[in-house]
Design a protein around this ligand. Sequence first.
Ligand code: MG
Ligand code: MG
Ligand code: MG
Length: 332
Amino acid sequence: MRLKIALVSVLCMLLNTVACADPLIVVGHKNPDSDSIFSAISLAHLRSQQGIAAVPVAQGKPNPETQFALDFFGLEAPTLLMKVAGRKVALVDHNHYAQAPDDIRQADIVEIIDHHNLGGVSTAEPIEVLIKPVGCTSTIIWQLYQRANISIPPAIAGGMLSAILSDTLIFRSPTTTDQDRAAAENLATIAHVNDIQKYGQSMFLAGEADLKTAVIHLLIHRDLKNFEMNDNKIAVAQLMAVSFDLLKDRKEAFLEEMRKLQKEYAYKTVILMLTDIKNEGTELLLIGKNAQHIAQAFNLVLKNDSVWIPGMMSRKKQMIPALEKVFDKETS
Ligand code: MG
Ligand code: MG
Ligand code: MG
């Protein structure tokens, strides 16, 4: 019996067939956004179609925007999974240890598909890595489907479209590329979405429905990412809204929560980007000794722990590179 099992697992390793018991775990970042959820679902489906058993998982529940998209296209949220030790893992929409499952160093990372800066993940063996400067991981996965000539089920296409619209703020973010537009148009056709703008707006509205009432602690964690810069621990959260007043009205409560977070987790700096989608800019809330330095990096002055930065939309393309420069000169 034991020999039989051993033989089966050797065969599994060799063939990597769908029938194998230890599937590839496809996971997005902590505090998952739409891209992390739908990239996991779409890559797991693609790999399964290619004969590699794969399951999508998530490190958290879908946010209201993602839940709207899941319901709209009739998809199930991925299973919650926080522990991946000993498993084969594909990372999507992130490549930083701080955003991966806590025990990721005990897992076997076999693949990374992402659109963020390289964040210091190292592996024992060579692995598949595909990182492109596009607006969304789902755009890259759409290209993989094209290349493999595998068709995308309409529901999954709808999810991938939602991820692209979410990450690119319906093509308004400076991270948007022609590749994202091409992917979104094709995915909309497959998913039978006739009006991309209209669908995107209804998705954003669903996402901000609870901004007025949700507990501040939960709101800050909805899209909070941890970074290590020059040995400094930093949190950068972002909330965006078309109805910007919903966010601005709660500014004092946000700042109070940020001070608590800084103490509790010993962050050097806690940053919250309140992004106004309509007027294209960000009210930056900053807690930390070097807060004024960060404002100066944008040639601005901090007042009451905050500063308005016109044109600032993207954490990845605008905020993080500026922070890296500030923290390069900063010791822990
Ligand atoms: Mg993301
Ligand atoms: Mg993304
Ligand atoms: Mg995002």
